[in-house]
Every structure is written in C-alpha cells, then in structure tokens.
Ligand binder design. Structure first.
Ligand SMILES: NC(=O)C1=CN([C@@H]2O[C@H](COP(=O)(O)OP(=O)(O)OC[C@H]3O[C@@H](n4cnc5c(N)ncnc54)[C@H](OP(=O)(O)O)[C@@H]3O)[C@@H](O)[C@H]2O)C=CC1
Ligand SMILES: CC(=O)[C@@H](O)[C@H](O)COP(=O)(O)O
Ligand SMILES: [Mn+2]
Length: 385
C-alpha cells in the first residue's frame, strides 16, 4: 500500500485526487487530508477515504470539523501550524495543491520526509525555487510535476536524452480573452474572466489563465523543474488544450503528450509513477475533434509572459515579487475592486520598485513576498488578504 497525503484536498486538484483515490482504496492508504476552510467537504472526503487525520487551516472551523467527524476514529486538528505539522507525517506520496505562496511552508515540511512530492502548486516553486530545490536534494525527495504542461514535458522526456533537447514548448489555451482587443479587455467582468474555455479550475488559476500570468508562472516553473534557461522554454497558443507540452530534440523530432483537459490524467501519472494506473477519464476522439490549432502568443495584449521572462532572467527575489504582487492583484480583481488590465500593470510597477535583491533563504523569500504584497496593496488601495 502506498501511503498518501493531500494538501488542499477540498480544491479543484484536491477533489480530482480524491476521486482517483476513491477508485483505488485497495492500493492507497490515506494518512492526511488538509483543507483551507471548506469543513463539510473535508469531513466528507475524510470519511469516504477512511483518512487517519483531517486538518483544517481555518482555526475557527475546528469545532465543526470535530463534530462532523466525531466517532469516526479520525484525528482532527486545525490552524496553520497544524497544517505544517501534518504535512511532515511520513508518507510515500504527497499531493501539493494548496494555492499560492501559502502552500510553500507545508510543501517544505513534506519535502523533509524524503518521499514523492506531486507538485500542482506552481507559486511555491516560482517564489522559492532555490530553497525548494535545495530542500528536495537534501532530503533525497522526488518532485513529480502535476501541472499539465510540465507533466507532459516530463512524460516526453522519458527516454532521458536530456543533452539532445533543443527546447521545450508549453501550450496555452489563450484563456477566455484570446481574441479580445486591449480596449475590450479593460472592461471585462469577473464572471467573464472566470469562464475558462477548456479547463475547470480554482478561481486564482482561472484568472491567471485569462491574464496569461499562468503561462508566465509556468515558464519559471519549467525552468526550475527541468533546469532550462528562459530562452529554451517556448509558449504556443493551442485553444483546444489537447496537446499539453512538447520536447523538441536536435534531430528535428518533437515528442508531445496529448490527452483530454482533465487533471486526473497527470495526477494519476504521478500517483502510479513509474508505473501507470487506469482512470475513468473518457478518451479523446481525435477524428471527432478533427482540427488542432496553434498560434504564436501575443505578448502586447498579454504582457504577463514578458514580465515573467524578465523576472526569471533577473532572478533573486524578482520571481517571488511577481508572484506575490499577482496574488494580491488577482484577489482584488476577484473582489471587484480593480479592473482586469490593472493586474499586469501593478505587478510591473512593484517589480520595478523592488528591483533585484537576493532571496537565497526561506526567510529572505518570505520577506520579499510580504514586501511585494504591501506595496501592491498600497498601489491598489486594497487590504492585504
Ligand atoms: N486546478 C487545476 O486544474 C490546476 C491547478 N494548478 C495549481 O494547483 C494549485 C491548486 O489549484 P486549484 O485546485 O485550482 O485551487 P483551488 O482554489 O480550487 O483549491 C485550493 C486548495 O487550497 C486550500 N487552501 C487555500 N488556502 C489555504 C491555506 N492557507 N492553508 C491550507 N489550505 C489552503 C483550499 O481550501 P478550501 O477550498 O477548503 O478553502 C483548497 O483545498 C494552484 O497552485 C494552481 O496553480 C496547476 C495546474 C492545474
Ligand atoms: C490545467 C493546467 O495545467 C492549467 O495550468 C492550464 O494550463 C490553464 O490553462 P491555460 O493554458 O489557459 O493557462
Ligand atoms: Mn498548466
């Protein structure tokens, strides 16, 4: 039996992971489930998976969780330190699916166990790349990419001819505003931005897809995972989200991974790795689909990718600043306090204001993350969440 923990089990990736585990309870023993504030969902999952321990980050939900799980023989705890402590319980496989920089410390706690980290959370690797990579090496832990493009590239690199790779391609759906002018984007609503054309995901990443900050974060994520420089990571807009990533070799071959736009496929890949497991995701019908389209990204209408490339080239604290400023700006947009185009605008301002500073330790990363949040809030006139 493989022992597993799911950090962020109540979210979109978390629920897809739980769905796969429910179908294979003879192979997986669930040790810990961590939720943010959705206590009903967490309790329901803990019962269904016969989990040993359920943790809710929001301390005010502790009594409710205790009541919901009373008499079930499931350990219950709450609060940020309980999350970090529970992430440290030794397991073979941990799903890291807490959104944003809030996921960083729980991931580092899990890494210390030396197991496999199935990494969905991209912000942690973006803001603390060196810190995470050093921690993984020290603990002899294995990182498997869950993000669909990175999982695709990982699968396409399976023959390990790393020295023969020319570059990689991350595909992008282009989001709901792929064909919109900048003038039209200025007044888009939150509801329109939350309508992703191909994937069903949590709110933050859905807005990131609409601004294409998601692709920007993914460029940095890919650089960290595959040790590639910025100019070897290309982006190609592919509105159908069928081809998820490609590796281009020196002999002219491209190796690509294809699949339905369903995160259970990459999650299952990391759950079973190095083997494979069955999922009940319906297979793509390419004959019915008939056409796959590709186009170059428009960096003028979607400046987020250029900002991320700049952050990656500058290094130090800049990726952490970009990601933290974006988190605050997305939250403000979701709350209806700023316009869509202000997201990239404020990220650029805060990056320029802070400049390149060293961020080699966790403390330094957390310092610049906090500073970027404060400055973004000042520029936008909103509260830090
Ligand atoms: N969804 C997708 O298809 C993909 C997602 N990703 C990445 O995976 C991560 C998760 O995305 P997604 O599942 O869509 O996001 P969701 O918003 O759907 O889920 C986020 C999860 O994190 C929990 N959470 C939020 N804040 C905290 C906190 N402070 N402490 C503990 N738990 C917390 C939430 O709990 P609750 O809901 O109970 O409050 C929820 O379980 C993101 O980093 C995203 O970029 C990457 C590729 C694809
Ligand atoms: C499913 C996944 O991996 C997301 O990161 C997805 O790629 C988002 O869609 P975009 O391609 O629109 O950013
Ligand atoms: Mn992705």
């Amino acid at each position: 039996m493989k022992t597993v923990t799911v950090l962020g089990s109540t979210g979109s990736i978390g629920c897809s992971t739980v769905n796969l585990l429910e179908q294979a309870l003879d192979q997986f023993q669930v040790k810990v489930l961590v939720g943010g504030s959705n206590v009903e969902k967490l309790a329901e999952q803990a019962i269904s998976l016969r989990a040993e321990h359920a943790v809710i980050a929001d301390e005010s939900q502790y009594d409710k969780l205790k009541t919901l799980l009373s008499g079930m023989g499931i350990k219950v705890s709450a609060g940020r330190s309980a999350v970090i402590e529970a992430a440290h319980i030794k397991v073979d496989w941990t799903m890291a699916a807490i959104t944003g920089a809030a996921g960083l410390e729980p991931i580092l706690s899990a890494v210390k166990n030396g197991g496999t980290i199935a990494l969905a959370n991209k912000e942690a690797l973006v803001c603390a790349g060196d810190v995470m990579l050093k921690a993984l090496k020290k603990a002899n832990a294995l990182l498997l990419p869950v993000d669909s493009e990175h999982n695709a590239v990982f699968q396409a690199m399976a023959d390990k001819q790393i020295d023969q790779i020319k570059h990689i391609t991350l595909t992008a759906s282009g989001g709901p505003f792929r064909q919109m002018s900048l003038k039209e984007m200025k007044t888009v609503t939150v509801t329109a931005a939350l309508k992703h054309p191909t994937w069903t995901m949590g709110a933050k990443i859905t807005i990131d897809s609409a601004t294409m900050f998601n692709k920007g974060l993914e460029i940095i994520e890919a650089s960290r995972i595959f040790s590639l420089p910025e100019d070897k990571i290309k982006v190609l807009v592919h509105p159908q989200s069928v081809v998820h990533g490609m590796v281009h070799y020196t002999d002219g071959s491209f190796v690509a991974q294809l699949g339905s736009a369903d995160m259970r496929i990459p999650i299952a890949h990391t759950l079973a790795w190095p083997k494979r497991m069955a999922t009940n995701v319906s297979e793509l019908d390419l004959a019915q689909l008939a056409l796959l389209n590709f186009e170059a990204p428009d960096e003028e209408r979607f400046p987020a990718m250029c900002l991320a490339r700049e952050a990656l080239r500058q290094g130090g604290c800049v990726p952490a600043v970009l990601s933290a400023a974006n988190e605050i700006a997305v939250d403000a947009f979701l709350k209806g306090r700023i316009g869509f185009l202000e997201i990239a605008g404020v990220v650029e301002k805060v990056m320029g204001q802070i400049g390149t500073q060293p961020a080699e330790t966790l403390e330094e990363v957390l310092f610049w993350d906090k500073r970027a949040r404060e400055l973004t809030q000042e520029h936008l006139g909103v509260e830090v969440t």
